[in-house]
Design a protein around this ligand. Structure first.
Ligand code: ADP
Ligand code: ZN
Ligand code: ZN
Length: 741
């Protein structure tokens, strides 16, 4: 057996591991993540095992044996390496890709340093120096002194750039003792100006207290469990997190708090800052490499207790991790889209188990995965059925847009929605209009009856290609687009979309004096615009907010008492087996925005498919009912979480090669299946495809896809490993990518 060893844990060196022989007597002990002592040149040094293999990379005679196991170098590094190894094993990709996911690059470290020029001389002395500079026509010195006298102190970089003063001039003043230059490495903390004095934490209500107490008691008695808090929007989940976090950090342990990037708003983070001050550190995608690395090192040195951030914050190298929280656990962004495409939930369970830290999931609309685990008793389920502070749940109205069309309403607003908008404008309350465009990618539906054209084999909507053909991206089945609706014969059948701009124009026509804000890809292109629009709306600078993405958290719009959801069923037509789940989540989360203050709220769901179970259950805020029906569908169709699923993406520069490799991959899977018969018919391996991937060609790379479903995850891992080995031998023009759905 051979071990790949890295000698220093930073990405540059991760690129070149060295191979060593694992001596017989250490074979049992050496695992990825293990710190080892190795001969290196003519010294012995410490390193970490990152991978094991049976293949020597060079002449075996030249591979030296590992000297021994090192006394602890850094336990965190070892742990993160073994976590990377687990990720690679479970989700695919190379060890290098996994390490890069888990350990940030130390390249391009640029610490944020602010240099300030402060006077040491008195004001009189400065003024007399200025007089001298003027007399002698030292214009640069004159400019500098004038600014310094006026401003009291100067920013170094602004002085050299804007005032155009040479650094030699500044150094001269410094060596003469006129000024001093103070430099500070800053960890940018956007909250440092906020005054925390007088902050009083909320007292938990009995329902919240019961949950917090149980978790805290488990922690204190060392009973490691995982939890799911299923609580409606505004039920006070965050308040529970805060209470438990406080308990954990008081016992000297550290906390990772995951929040989807989109919900990581100023308002959300402020709540944590008010409670914990500088003990928190915030990660987000706006941080530069250097800033991220700084935060990473701060955590490693134990300078923070709580890290708040999206998916990647899961890899914070805390030495005494005591708790992981995943808020809005159902969010799609917890799944990495690049290799290794891990899911934060699963990695959190793994890390939590390794480090004896519980995991708390929270959501108003738990993922089927989480809820299935809760039902099976694998995680403890808590429920919060009402809103904290007693705010009422909104009244939901479903507007059947087929009826509206029949009755001659050709506008995008139902009669009910218009009525309620007018009511709010009159009362000076606010409304949000949410355009559900998710999954809108050319699915074809009937405007008269709402019928959506689906693949007869997959129960997934087909996509209209510009050849006029409808194609199923799951199995490749295709047919000509019909002229008339196959169900009702109406000619109003098309792939249609509706833009936010259109909605804005129409609203303006109807209500010329209403103040309208729009939030979409166009208006949120610049850096802080997303946050600005939300703040403006929260400050009641507009009556109506139109948006394509529903903000899940962060802002309470107390005056917003109406939410209108246009095209509620659009996301049902996405070519994805989770389309129904996503729709239910979107509608429920959107409804949760209405009436969070004192005022009661209304929600109008506009749909062409009012009998759809996702819409019906969302309108009734009936999660359980939705879950049962959705789980039944997954079971019948063999989708997760009823079964496990692996998709294999076949990439090639030519279509022929992609097709050829796809067939070979399929044969390999079939061969594996024949050799590994599973008794229970329902749990047998089932293979679908190859078919064109939903994105059939991207940047001149052809993409085919094969889906494999099985009852047992480990079978899929074995298939993945077998195919990864096959992929190693492929020409450079082709590759395979794995994704566990
Ligand atoms: P969730 O995370 O479930 O959406 P939050 O914790 O954000 O809910 O609570 C919703 C609102 O209710 C917030 O404005 C919060 O400050 C308030 N709130 C929650 N719990 C309490 C409590 N026990 N006392 C007073 N206000 C509370
Ligand atoms: Zn029809
Ligand atoms: Zn199909």
């Amino acid at each position: 057996m051979y071990a790949d060893v890295i000698v220093n844990i930073s990405s540059e060196n991760v690129d070149k591991p060295y191979q060593y022989l694992v001596p017989e007597h250490l074979a049992e002990k050496i695992k990825p993540g293990c710190p080892v002592v190795i001969p290196f040149g003519n010294r012995t040094i410490n390193g970490y095992v990152i991978d094991l293999s049976e293949k020597p990379q060079i002449d075996p005679a030249r591979i030296k044996p590992i000297t021994g196991i090192a006394a602890k170098i850094n336990p965190v590094d070892g742990r993160m390496i073994s976590l990377a190894w687990w990720i690679k094993d479970r989700f695919g990709g190379t060890m290098n890709q996994a390490l890069k996911t888990v350990i940030p690059s130390s390249k391009k470290i640029k610490q944020l340093e602010v240099r300030t020029i402060e006077p040491l001389a008195s004001k009189e002395e400065l003024v007399s120096l200025l007089g001298e500079a003027v007399r002698r026509h030292y214009t640069a010195k004159e400019r500098f002194l004038r600014e310094l006298i006026e401003a009291g102190k100067l920013d170094y970089s602004l002085t050299t750039s804007k005032l155009n003063i040479a650094s030699s001039v500044i150094s001269k003043f410094e060596s003469d003792g006129v000024i001093r230059i103070r430099s500070e490495v800053v960890y940018r903390n956007p909250f440092s100006d906020i005054d925390r004095t007088g902050f009083v934490k909320n007292t938990l209500n009995p329902a919240q207290q019961a949950i917090a107490d149980e978790v805290k008691a488990d922690i204190d008695t060392g009973k490691r469990r995982d939890y799911l808090i299923h609580g409606v929007t505004g039920s006070g989940k965050t308040e529970i997190y805060l209470d438990i976090i406080e308990h954990v950090i008081e016992s000297g342990r550290q906390v990772i708090m995951l929040i989807p990037e989109i919900a990581l708003t100023y308002q959300t983070v402020k709540r944590f800052y008010m409670r914990f001050g500088d003990r928190i550190s915030v990660m987000n995608s706006k941080l530069s490499h250097g800033e991220r690395y700084d935060q990473y090192m701060r955590a490693k040195r134990g300078e923070t207790d709580i890290v708040i951030g999206p998916r990647s914050a899961l890899f914070t190298p805390f030495e005494r991790l005591g708790l992981i929280i995943i808020d809005e656990e159902h969010e799609g962004s917890y799944k990495a889209e690049n290799v290794p495409s891990y899911h934060a939930r699963e990695v959190a369970f793994r890390r939590g188990e390794d480090e004896n830290a519980p995991v708390i999931l929270g959501s108003a609309t738990p993922s089927l995965e989480a809820y299935t685990m809760a039902r099976a008793g694998r995680i403890r389920l808590f429920k919060l059925d009402s809103r904290a502070g007693g705010a009422l749940m909104p009244t939901v109205h479903v507007a059947d847009m087929r009826e509206e069309l029949k009755n001659g309403n050709r506008t995008v607003f139902s009669v009910k929605l218009r009525e309620l908008i007018e009511d709010r404008l009159r009362k000076g309350e606010q409304a949000m209009l949410f355009l559900n465009r998710r999954g809108y990618s050319g699915s074809v539906s009937c405007r008269s009856c709402g019928h959506v054209i689906k693949c007869p084999h997959c129960d997934i909507s087909m996509t209209l290609h510009n050849t006029g053909k409808l194609v199923c991206h799951y199995c490749g089945y295709s047919e000509q687009k019909p002229e008339k609706c196959p169900k009702c014969g109406s000619p109003y059948i098309s792939s249609f979309g509706l833009g936010t701009q259109k909605v804005e124009e129409k609203l303006k026509d109807l209500y010329p004096s209403a103040r309208i804000l729009r939030m979409d890809a166009d208006t949120t292109a610049s850096k802080d615009s997303y946050e600005k629009i939300l703040s403006a709306f929260a400050n009641e600078e507009a009556d109506i907010l139109i948006g394509t993405q529903m903000i899940v958290k962060g802002h309470d719009f107390h005056k917003c008492t109406l939410v209108g959801i246009l095209m509620a069923d659009m996301s049902l037509n996405a070519p994805d087996f989770r389309a129904g789940e996503r729709t239910f989540q979107l509608l429920t989360q959107a409804s949760g925005r209405a009436g969070r203050g004192e005022l009661a709220g209304d929600v109008v769901i506009q749909t062409y498919d009012p009998e759809n179970y996702c819409i019906e259950h969302a309108a009734k805020a009936d999660y359980e009912g939705f879950y049962d029906e959705e789980y039944g569908f997954r079971q019948v169709m063999n989708y997760p979480p009823a079964r496990c699923m692996l998709s294999v993406l076949i990439l090639s520069t030519t279509e022929e090669e992609a097709a050829d490799i796809s067939e070979k991959v399929r044969k390999k899977i079939d061969g594996y299946k024949d050799g590994n018969a599973v008794k229970d018919k329902a749990l047998q391996i089932k293979t679908i495809g190859p078919a064109d991937a939903p994105l059939a060609k991207a940047r001149d790379i052809y993409r085919k896809i094969i889906y494999i479903k099985a009852g047992d995850y480990s079978l899929l891992v074995k298939i993945k490993d077998m195919l990864a080995e096959y992929a190693d031998g492929l020409p450079a023009t082709a590759a395979l990518q794995f994704n566990f759905n």
